[in-house]
Ligand binder design. Structure first.
Ligand SMILES: Nc1nc2c(ncn2[C@@H]2O[C@H](COP(=O)(O)OP(=O)(O)O)[C@@H](O)[C@H]2O)c(=O)[nH]1
Ligand SMILES: [Mg+2]
Length: 436
């Protein structure tokens, strides 16, 4: 396939032009595999992603630089969803391609009428094919390869779109591109072989129709990709450099109420596409330093395989984001999860995410009774002593707090600030280690 027109790219995909051209502005004959495109877009190289005119290295250069040997390295930055290319609706791609193709006239100076007609026909068919194929190729190359995303964003893609859907749609878009190219080439070449003006005209009309149909039949996949981009772009943005406190616990234990209390302003409601109730995200400003505080969906006592997407989101946050944890325990009997179940969940989570900075709180202190709450469905596997201790005061070192009476809130704020400052040190150390 001949290189696409730079003019087309400049008009429709200004940011892609830098990725496709060499320093003289000519298009690179060999386009890079997706992996390298994605890598350049997903890393912090804003210069490239924002469209500065940096030439794309050749495959040989990449091999020389050993870039190919490191593809499995995961990116330490998030934000890929905000850099996804803008996908045009398929109907617009088709409409604009047809319009541009029809405007093309024969090369000047051809005197013979038949030759002039077949020249015009072949050029129009070739142009239609390119105008349809180039945007598709740009999408396939600029949508990041999922395996090179930050693991948190990878989880979000799976939780939001379902396993394999993202790759499937990108594959379909590429398949559509290949079909358009093959049909387009075939008909441009047929038209070029016409012997008479009439034959050339007929072959042009037929070719345009067949190329349009071959795109039209499956153009839905482009709109699927457009919807994927829309969904992913709307996802809450997490800043990894800002220390974040993440509230974790069973449902209804008081996490959101505590986010409200801890936030300096009014927390925002962030909507992941699969949450019916939004996740709260607030900010804490302490000594001119800004921290983030956020809710996570409640965890139930069950095996990971049985967890719903909301619970999986909580696990993804804990697994992949460097957050400090404020674990909330409700021993009042009000939240609907028995203390013994909360204890089992807690032990599992604490063991699994041991590396996080951690603070335990017992919520709803205003409701705590003198006699412990005992459920008929209590977990008999736990030792009596352990459970009694937990029912009475939660894990060792937990602070009792009440949003209603404000008991313990002052101490909580103080401890949270300590924790987030430690988190800040941890983030700085990690970034220094990375630099060294
Ligand atoms: N009495 C009392 N109720 C509380 C307290 N904190 C939260 N609640 C109530 O507990 C319920 C669940 O709280 P919520 O913050 O939504 O829990 P989440 O599901 O863990 O986010 C709500 O009805 C709150 O009003 C508290 O300190 N005291
Ligand atoms: Mg909540």
């Amino acid at each position: 396939m001949k290189a696409p027109s730079t003019l087309f790219l400049k008009t429709h995909f200004p940011s892609s032009i830098s990725l496709l051209t060499n320093p003289k502005g000519k298009l690179n004959a060999k386009l890079l595999p997706h992996l390298c495109f994605c890598k350049s877009i997903q890393t912090s190289s804003y210069e490239v992603a924002k469209g500065s005119y940096v030439p794309t290295p050749t495959l040989e250069q990449i091999k020389e630089n050993n870039m190919m040997e490191k593809p499995s390295r995961t990116f330490e930055s998030v934000g890929a969803f905000q850099k996804l290319p803008i996908v045009m609706p398929s109907v617009d791609i088709l409409g604009s391609a047809l319009k541009k193709a029809r405007r093309i006239s024969a090369t000047k100076g051809i005197v013979n009428i038949a030759k002039r007609e077949k020249n015009k026909g072949a050029k129009q068919l070739d142009a239609l094919m390119k105008e349809l194929a180039v945007p598709l190729r740009t999408y396939v190359e600029n949508f990041p390869n999922k395996t090179h995303l930050h693991p948190y964003e990878r989880s979000l893609i799976e939780l939001t779109l379902g396993d394999g859907y993202y790759e499937k749609v990108l594959g379909q878009v590429d398949g559509l591109r290949k079909r358009v190219v093959s049909v387009g080439k075939e008909h441009a070449s047929l038209c070029a072989k016409s012997l008479t003006k009439r034959e050339a005209e007929e072959r042009l009309t037929e070719g345009l129709k067949i190329i349009e149909e071959s795109f039209g039949q499956e153009r839905k996949v482009v709109d699927d990709l457009l919807n994927i981009a829309k969904t992913l772009r709307a996802m809450p943005v997490i800043n990894l450099e800002t220390p974040t406190l993440c509230l974790v616990g069973a449902p209804n234990v008081g996490k959101s109420s505590l986010v409200h209390v801890l936030s300096t302003g009014k927390p925002e409601i962030c909507n992941y596409p699969f949450t019916t109730r939004g996740i709260l995200m607030g900010h804490i400003v302490f000594n001119h330093q800004k921290f983030q505080v956020t809710d996570t969906p409640g965890l139930l006592k069950r095996h990971d395989d049985d967890r719903n997407n909301l619970e999986k989101l909580t696990l993804a946050v804990l697994s992949y984001l460097p957050t400090a944890v404020l674990y909330v325990h409700d021993l009042s009997g009000e939240c609907g999860t028995s203390p013994s179940d909360q204890y089992s969940i807690y032990k599992e989570i604490k063991e699994r995410f041991d590396g996080h900075l951690w603070l335990d709180v017992v919520s709803k202190a205003d409701l705590l009774r003198t006699s412990p709450v005992i459920y008929a469905t209590e977990d008999r596997d736990l030792t009596q002593h352990e459970l009694e201790k937990y029912r009475k005061s939660g894990p060792d070192g937990a602070i009792n707090v009440s949003v209603t009476t404000e008991e313990g809130i002052h101490e909580l704020k103080h401890r949270v600030n300590e924790l987030l400052n430690l988190q800040m040190t941890k983030i700085k150390d990690a970034s220094n280690n990375q630099e060294n």
